[in-house]
Design a protein around this ligand. Structure first.
Ligand code: NAI
Ligand code: MG
Length: 355
């Protein structure tokens, strides 16, 4: 039976990089004989909002829930729709309603890309950040009282549940176990945040009993961010709460060079609902319409999608293909953010034909 993938380009360069992501998915399907059925949607974009007064149709949940995966570009066009409206009305709805409780980002230095960290070569940086994506510090529990007076009070509570914490830890341990180094690092702050974070550490230790082959360490979040910069080679899989993971999952990819190549996945591991795969970058209004956005973030997200759907070999072949094109370093093919003079389409075509 065909696996169904919803194609949602969104806004700005999302509409430019998505065709290249699709081109490479289709090339992978041809080479490996995969039965993928792609269906495109124009909602979850600011153009849709301007026409309909909302980011999504009323029946979006029913429309999307039986897809095997969602392939997303980027959302946001602040000139016409405020960012909190476009983001909360689309991407955050998908993450919540489809219980995509894992946010997964590989942080890997690719050939031909200059790391902002001096002296780092491909192979030196190769780890994953696993972020809890549904609870923790990002709760709506709290409020304001005595607004505008000298007594003004504002409270926002962190909410961590055993269910929510254990399931993200399980995913992280499983991922660590599947990798050659089998190493897990936990982000904590149990010195300062003295209620939830010591509890988080206890859950890390308890889950670790089931994975004796995985070596575990932990750092307070402040020194952990410093170590991402000073010793990125220390890390293999890093697991973190929602807030800490948010920070680490931007810092990690930043240590590997251009934002245009970083991919991410929002995963519902049980497959009760579709998972969503998207580049880390946004809609980049400053370069939208010029045809020069780097499509590798979208293409690499497509590789993560293939792996999630069980096509490991095809996923690896996509990664090999864009690494080969980057290694070749033909400036006429590479986009300007990685030192070339090429276009989004030229780079996408080069990767697809290599595949
Ligand atoms: P951005 O990621 O869109 O752009 C930041 C900078 O990186 C810009 O200078 C841009 O030109 C460059 N850049 C981004 N992707 C690139 C690519 N593929 N190739 C070459 N250069 C690239 O972030 P920004 O400017 O903060 O946000 C713009 C819009 O995107 C906003 O509306 C924001 O809300 C939205 N956004 C959406 C995200 C999503 O859909 N997941 C994530 C981040 C921002
Ligand atoms: Mg972030």
């Amino acid at each position: 039976m065909a696996q169904r993938i919803a194609i949602i380009p969104g806004d700005g360069i999302g509409k430019e990089v998505m065709p290249e992501g699709v081109r490479v998915l289709e090339a992978a399907a041809r080479r490996f004989g995969l039965d993928l059925e792609l269906e495109a949607f124009d909602f979850a974009s600011c153009d849709y909002y301007l026409e309909h007064g909302q980011m999504l149709p009323d029946d979006w949940f029913e429309t999307l829930k039986d897809f095997d995966a969602l392939f997303y570009g980027a959302v946001g066009w602040p000139e016409t729709v405020p960012d909190h409206v476009s983001l909360w009305g689309s991407l955050l709805q998908f993450r919540r309603r489809f219980d995509q409780y894992i946010n997964l980002r590989p942080c890997r230095l690719l050939p031909g890309i200059q790391s902002p960290l001096a002296g780092r070569e491909p192979g030196d940086i190769d780890f994953y950040v696993v972020r809890e994506n549904t609870e923790g510090e990002y709760s709506s529990v709290g409020g304001r009282m005595f607004e505008g007076t000298e007594r003004e009070i504002v409270i926002q509570e962190t909410v961590m549940t055993r269910h929510g914490t254990d399931r993200v830890l399980k995913f992280a341990y499983e991922l660590a176990r599947s990798r050659p180094r089998k190493k897990l690092t936990s982000a904590t702050k149990s010195n300062g945040i003295a209620i939830t974070m010591p509890w988080w550490d206890e859950r890390v230790a308890a889950m670790g009993e089931r994975y004796p082959e995985v070596a575990v360490d932990q750092f307070h979040i402040d020194i952990l961010t410093a170590n991402f910069v000073m010793h990125p080679d220390w890390f293999d899989v890093v697991v973190a709460s929602n807030l800490f993971g948010d920070i680490l999952s931007d810092l990690g990819p930043a240590c590997t060079g251009t934002i245009g190549v970083a991919p991410s996945a929002n995963i519902n591991p049980e497959g009760t609902f579709p998972s969503l795969f998207e580049p880390v970058h946004g809609s980049a209004p400053d370069i939208a319409g010029k045809g020069i956005a780097n499509p590798i973030g979208q293409i690499w997200s497509g590789a993560m999608l293939l792996e999630h759907l069980g096509h490991r070999e095809a996923a690896d072949a996509v990664v090999d293909a864009f690494e080969a094109v980057l290694t070749e370093g033909d400036r006429r093919v590479l986009t300007p953010d990685v030192g070339g003079t090429g276009t989004t389409e030229a780079l996408g075509r080069a990767i697809a034909s290599r595949l």
